[in-house]
Design a binder for this molecule. Structure first.
Ligand SMILES: [Zn+2]
Length: 109
């Protein structure tokens, strides 16, 4: 998996805190996504379910899609992320809240 260097450094710090709490690393389903992959995803998904090619934070290496419980709204892992990830610069953006994309986290610096 790949991220922009500053996002990667912050993610390693977040992962260390997560490991301390849950005893396992953050589960990463997707991170940097090259342009051609976003085009394919956009073509395969229902309207509104994937960003227009060229506009996704995944294309900039500033987003991750997480698994391992973080992807489930209301899980202990998701709740922990909501309260701890922002101190490491990572957020579940407002458009992704309320169960729309609980797995999607973006680096805000
Ligand atoms: Zn995503």
């Amino acid at each position: 998996e790949r991220l922009r260097p500053d996002a990667a450094v912050a993610f390693v710090g977040l992962d260390a805190a997560y490991r301390e709490r849950f005893g396992s690393p953050l589960c990463v389903a997707d991170s940097y996504r090259p342009y051609h992959e976003q085009v394919l995803l956009f073509q395969q998904m229902l309207p509104g379910m994937a960003a227009h090619p060229g506009t996704s934070q995944h294309g900039l290496g500033l987003a991750v899609d997480l698994c391992g419980g973080v992807h489930e709204l209301g899980s202990p892992e998701h709740a922990w992320m909501l309260s701890h990830a922002p101190t490491h610069g990572w957020v579940n953006p407002h458009w992704a809240r309320n169960g729309f994309e609980p797995w999607h986290w973006e680096f805000t610096g």
